[in-house]
Design a protein around this ligand. Structure first.
Ligand code: GLU
Length: 446
């Protein structure tokens, strides 16, 4: 039997990193076993049944490269079928009508305004073998008769979920650990319908640095936000694949097609996975460096285009291309490019108070250093080695090592204490007169 796996998100208007990890693991499983990846939008809640909430979700999945073979199916369009199953369960006595006070009402067909509850069998154990968590069991005596149809005429989530998995022939359900406790109820429904059970794999919780469950309020959880900051989709899926799984050869940073070859859902572990932003950055930087130069230029283009902070007419593609290799080597995200090169295209360097404080106010001898640099840079040869030697010499005469000596010059010229290699950029990308103007401007401010 071929595998049929599904990603079944409830639309929330954005793609959560946890949800993206679930989508990815389903996709990886489907691709690694040659199965079918089905996309089903679980929009039974009326207010979630809005296309703008779904459009962004589909767009992010496409951006990540998680293509689906079937769907998207919309749960909201299957209400008649959900109703039919509830009718059947009522007819067979496995479910019953109930009123607003939760009292059972006699009757074997659905009645407008009355809810339907599933009748929990007494004294049974619902056990199943979860691919990640091993054997899991729940006693039905600990579970209540649960609502499967609301009095307002809509299906409950678990009912729709069970019916759709059955009708769509789903063989594996890979999803977040938070859904584990709903499994016994879904199994009861599937058994009552006479439908086969899929196997389940519940992926470990994602936690932040404080080992707390990722939350929308505290943490950066939107895939779209990472896209906008200039994370690469290949880095994003690479990193997400490591949240609960690791390749047997322990080579963590690699292309997705290799991950498909190595992935086995049985190898997913159950310990909570730390969503480590530093590691994500590192994975992203590694994928950035691996891009072909032209590809890097294409991908970084939006961040040096019309939305960049400098006047568009000041952008100089030739100058930018001198910076491209340095940028590709040093940046962690595409979005970082803006602050890496902005000093070349802005009229004056940005005012970064922290950098100013550190290199100009707190550092000893900043004034002397700027005066000395202005003097030597006025007539040294204009190449990287000469510019470096000139600034180093001023530093030495003041008893400053090169790192300390160049800091005020860097802030005067670029606005920040960190950035591209200073002497190289000055000599190769800037005119002497402009460098001197900026040093004088900073000096006047001191
Ligand atoms: N729609 C559910 C959610 O977004 C997932 C259901 C499932 O994967 O079975 O939480």
């Amino acid at each position: 039997m071929t595998s049929r796996v599904r990603f079944a998100p409830s639309p929330t208007g954005f793609l959560h990193v946890g949800s993206a990890r679930t989508a990815l693991f389903n996709w990886l499983h489907a691709r690694s076993v040659g199965g079918t990846f089905v996309l089903r939008i679980e929009d039974t809640d009326a207010e979630r049944n809005r296309s703008d909430l779904t459009d962004s979700l589909l767009a992010e999945l496409e951006w990540l490269g998680l293509d689906w073979d079937e769907g998207p199916y919309f749960q909201s369009e299957r209400r008649d079928r959900h109703r039919e199953v509830v009718e059947d369960l009522l007819g067979s006595g496995q479910a019953y009508l109930c009123d607003a006070e939760n009292r059972e009402v006699d009757g074997s067909t659905m009645v407008d305004g009355l809810a339907v509850r599933f009748r929990m069998p007494a004294g049974a154990t619902m056990a199943f073998d979860d691919i990640v968590r091993g054997e899991v069991s729940f006693a039905t005596d600990d579970l209540e008769d649960f609502v499967i149809w609301r009095s307002n005429g809509s299906p409950m989530f678990l009912l729709a979920n069970a019916v759709d998995d059955a009708d769509m022939g789903i063989t594996q359900a890979i999803r977040g650990e938070d859904l584990l406790s709903g499994v016994p109820k879904v199994l009861l429904l599937l058994d009552a319908m006479g439908a086969p059970r899929p196997t389940y794999a519940h992926l470990p919780l994602l936690v932040n640095e404080q080992r707390k469950k990722l939350s929308k309020r505290r943490d950066d959880v939107s895939i779209g936000d990472y896209r906008e900051r200039g994370y690469l989709p290949e880095a994003m899926v690479n990193y997400l694949a490591l949240l609960g799984w690791g390749p047997p050869d322990e080579v963590e940073i690699r292309p997705l097609d290799e991950i498909v070859d190595l992935f086995r859902i049985q190898d997913v572990n159950k310990a909570a996975a730390f969503f480590d932003l530093k590691k994500l950055e590192h994975v992203n930087a590694t994928h950035l460096r691996a891009l072909a130069r032209d590809d890097f230029i294409d991908r970084v283009a939006p961040w040096v285009g019309d939305d960049a902070p400098w006047p568009p007419e000041r952008f100089d593609a030739g100058l930018f291309s001198v910076m491209v290799d340095l940028a590709q080597e040093k940046l962690r995200t595409l979005g970082d490019v803006t602050r890496f090169v902005d000093f070349l295209f802005l009229e004056d360097p940005v005012d970064d108070p922290e950098s100013w404080e550190k290199a100009m106010v707190k550092a000893p001898l900043a004034t002397e250093m700027l005066d000395g640099a202005a003097a030597v840079l006025a007539d040294c040869a204009w190449d990287t080695a000469s510019v470096l030697a000139a600034v180093a010499e001023v530093g030495e005469s003041l008893g400053l090592k090169l790192g300390k000596a160049q800091a005020p010059v860097r802030v005067a010229v670029t606005g920040r204490t960190v950035g591209p290699p200073l002497f190289e950029t000055m000599a190769e990308c800037m005119e002497r007169a402009e460098v001197l103007r900026r040093i004088a401007r900073a000096r006047a401010r001191l």
